[in-house]
Design a protein around this ligand. Structure first.
Ligand code: ATP
Ligand code: MG
Ligand code: MG
Length: 288
């Protein structure tokens, strides 16, 4: 049943959009906050972010909440202060799986029919002859293949999804691979609004700066985490770090550079390299 006119809270709820992950991983909470399905790794990140320079660039964390027999992480809804926001999720880094996932899958290769089918959906020529025969692929094989299709390898980030204020939503960027195509998607997202581009660049420069000084960032392998871009017609434009479900602490005393090539064993994630490329992409739009 749709009630008209919507009150302010209903309007906010309708504004909310989830650009990645399983539907059902999120629930609405009190005004201005959301619940994300519990993950121990992500909880630990929110706890370790407390007091870190980076904390102000991630959603505010309000603790673990039980609802209908399930656990959730309670956090700020980043969209709440926007009116009909445009939202873009960019997954950062040169890979999207953990080294340990690769090792596990090698030791105990689990064949996945669902991932084989996902692969077919994107590209019929994706699977090898053997994979066609068994109608299944392993998870790391799927993830590595996906990364060669997207800009994860070539640029150190990939666009996961975009929702525009007119209600249109796109998540079909699985094959958006080269710099020219990525730039075009960004250009379409900001709709030639130079003010918005400049605000985004300002915020990204700030994030780049803060990442250099963050103890949390030095000591974590940041995999599958995103930068969430949000702007609206008022000119408000923000970028936030979200999704720490695969952000894992390094052994005591170990640190990452985040801008050197990954070799299995060094755990490098290429986050800063991707961020540099992301900034260059927006700069080329600002200057072009
Ligand atoms: P995946 O690992 O597949 O990326 P996930 O289940 O870990 O998914 P997230 O990536 O954290 O989920 O979030 C999915 C989407 O939900 C984001 O792309 C974004 O659109 C929205 N979202 C997540 N956190 C917030 C937040 N704090 N405020 C507003 N929107 C959010
Ligand atoms: Mg995500
Ligand atoms: Mg995640």
């Amino acid at each position: 049943v749709v009630n008209w006119p919507f009150n302010a809270i209903q309007r906010k709820r309708l504004n909310w959009v989830q650009l990645a992950g399983h539907k059902g991983n999120f629930k609405a909470a009190d005004e201005g906050s959301i619940l994300k399905k519990f993950s121990e790794i992500e909880k630990q990140c929110f706890e370790r972010l407390r007091g870190d320079a980076l904390q102000a660039y991630a959603p505010q964390y309000h603790g673990v909440v039980e609802k209908d027999g399930e656990s959730f992480l309670h956090m700020t809804d980043l969209l709440v202060n926007f009116d009909l926001p445009n939202v873009m999720d960019c997954k950062m880094g040169i890979r999207t799986y953990l080294e340990e996932e690769l090792v596990r899958a090698r030791d105990r290769p689990k064949l996945r029919k669902d991932l084989y089918e996902k692969m077919l959906e994107v590209d019929h020529r994706g699977p090898t002859e053997q994979e066609h025969a068994q109608k299944a692929v392993t998870k790391p094989r799927y993830m590595q293949w996906r990364e060669t299709m997207s800009s994860t390898h070539t640029l150190g980030f990939r666009i996961e999804g975009i929702k525009k204020s007119d209600g249109t939503c796109r998540t079909d960027f699985k094959k958006t691979h080269n710099k020219r195509d990525v730039t075009q998607v960004f250009r379409d997202y900001v709709e030639r609004d130079v003010h918005v581009v400049k605000s985004y660049l300002c915020r990204l420069a700030e994030i780049q700066q803060v990442l250099q000084s963050s103890e949390f960032f030095k000591r974590h392998e940041v995999i599958g985490s995103s930068l969430l871009f949000i702007h609206d017609h008022t000119g408000r434009a923000e970028v936030w770090l979200i999704d720490f479900g695969k952000t894992t602490a390094l052994p005591e005393g170990q640190m990452l550079h985040h801008n050197v090539p990954w070799q299995e064993g060094n755990r490098e994630d290429g986050y800063l390299w991707g961020l540099k490329n992301l900034i260059q992409t927006l700069e080329s739009i600002r200057d072009g």
